[in-house]
Design a protein around this ligand. Structure first.
Ligand SMILES: Nc1ncnc2c1ncn2[C@@H]1O[C@H](COP(=O)(O)OP(=O)(O)OP(=O)(O)O)[C@@H](O)[C@H]1O
Length: 451
């Protein structure tokens, strides 16, 4: 989203500077490089400018640079300049896909006009690519966030609507519902899709480093800050910053963050100079931020600023009808991940899965699918708890049997001292002896019992 730039490569310093200056006069943003290797490091698929390079240079020459750039992206425009009037070189360059070829001497006006045309074409190419990617990803939303319940239909509808804007967005939902999945989908259908998405977990940031982590710092800003460093916000330039668990952001930092949201500038630690920041913020929360405001842990002004575009991601309890299909999809995904193709979901298991409660939401359901595929009990807590209880009950029973047996032995099989000592009724002792198979093995002296 930054201005497209001309990357100008020339090993001759004077030529480099005079050309750059002249192009600057025609309103172009120019970066200069003394070698082709240097410029190659900056070229990527989303590069939005144009490369202007001398042909004859020590090290990598202009023709090789052209070839290398076209390996990265054949649609990046490269303009080659030669001082030698070499027709053969020109022909070769044309064959290699050069955008244009200029002979020295040339006027800056001429070069500026060609460069501008090249950049216009490049921006068209990038825009078309973006539209194609967005169209693909739009179809993708259904696959990424499946579900036929109204809650999911509404979520996808709002997601697409908000995705078409550049508004900062708050995503709310219980743990494991897929807030991060929604955030990534939002980024992917936005105009920033080809720029980075930087995810920051506010709950995991070390308190003492948090500001420099986010805002960056200048050299000497604090002991140990030897070199200047970009913060995470600046790494997200042109893209999206995802602030996970915004409710965990320290209170003092919330005021600074609010300023960033309002003014779209940041100031690195140890500097007074605000730097413009072109990013979209997406924040997530599983805690009720209104409640956090009420107890003074979250700033009301920050909440109001964030709460403009809001997405509520429903819990599985709020979309129970989606559970079977979602589970099947997660099983399919897990099977692919673990390279198993023989996984079946027995109907009884499906019924249990559908009726069970899933407090950990999709994350928990996904774990269950993984466990099934790995041949483990897919219903860990809730259904293995009775098994635990069973084992515990067995242990308790064995212990109880031992106590009764030894009491019976101690009293020579006489019942009265036994039930009195154990503080239970005669009837209860009788039932337990029956249950534990103790009646026949011991010498019995109490006529009551024998009867
Ligand atoms: N609709 C979905 N389809 C498939 N997998 C999903 C879906 N939603 C979430 N998941 C999976 O569930 C897990 C939890 O998702 P995610 O991390 O997005 O949840 P969250 O709401 O951000 O969780 P937390 O509140 O703990 O941060 C991830 O493994 C994710 O891939």
């Amino acid at each position: 989203m930054s201005e497209p730039r001309v990357l100008l490569v020339d090993d001759e310093e004077e030529m480099r500077h005079s050309t750059a200056q002249a192009l600057g006069l025609f309103g172009l943003e120019v970066d200069t490089f003394s070698s082709a290797e240097l410029v190659l490091e900056l070229i990527g698929y989303s590069f939005s400018g144009v490369v202007v390079s001398d042909i004859r240079m020590p090290g990598m020459d202009g023709m090789t640079l052209l070839q290398r750039i076209r390996e990265v992206d054949a649609e990046i425009p490269v303009i080659l300049v030669t001082g030698h009037g070499d027709v053969q070189l020109a022909v070769k360059a044309m064959r290699e896909g050069v955008y244009d070829f200029l002979e020295k001497p040339f006027t800056a006006q001429h070069l500026a006009a060609i460069a501008r045309r090249a950049m216009d074409r490049r921006s068209l190419v990038l825009e078309n690519r973006r539209l194609r990617a967005v169209a693909g990803k739009r179809d993708d939303i259904e696959a990424r966030l499946p579900g036929r319940t109204q809650a999911m239909v509404d979520l996808r509808y709002r997601l697409r609507a908000i995705g078409a804007t550049d508004a900062d967005t708050l995503i709310i939902g219980e743990t494991g519902v897929g807030k991060e999945v929604v955030a990534r989908a939002l980024h992917d259908i936005s105009a920033r899709a080809d720029r980075p998405l930087i995810a920051i977990n506010c709950a995991a940031l070390p308190e003492n480093l948090i500001e420099s982590e986010l805002f960056g710092h200048e050299a000497g800003a604090f002991p140990g800050a030897l070199r200047p460093r970009y913060g995470k916000f600046e790494h997200g330039r042109g893209g999206t910053i995802l602030l996970d668990e915004i409710g965990s952001m320290p209170f003092d930092l919330q005021a600074k963050f609010l300023r960033v949201l309002q003014e779209r500038v940041i100031t690195r630690l140890g500097s007074n100079e605000p730097v413009p920041l072109d990013v979209r913020f997406i924040a997530t929360s599983k805690v009720d931020l209104e409640a956090e405001v009420a107890v003074g842990r979250f700033r009301a002004d920050l909440l109001y600023r964030l709460n403009v575009a809001t997405l509520h991601v429903p819990s599985l309890a709020q979309r129970k009808a989606d559970i079977p299909l979602l589970f099947l999809q997660l099983v399919r995904e897990a099977a692919a991940r673990y390279m198993r193709n023989d996984i079946e979901v027995p109907p009884e298991l499906m019924t249990e899965i559908a009726e069970r409660s899933w407090p950990g939401n999709v994350r928990e359901l996904r774990n269950a699918a993984d466990r099934l595929v790995l041949g483990l009990d897919p219903k860990p807590e809730e259904t293995s708890a009775p098994a635990e209880r069973q084992r515990l009950a067995d242990k308790v029973a064995a212990y109880e049997r031992g106590i009764i047996a030894s009491a019976l032995a101690a009293h020579g099989g006489s019942l009265r001292p036994v039930y009195e000592q154990l503080g239970i009724s005669r009837k209860t002792l009788y039932e337990k002896m029956q249950r534990y198979g103790l009646d026949k093995k011991l010498p019995v002296t109490d006529g009551d019992y024998a009867a």
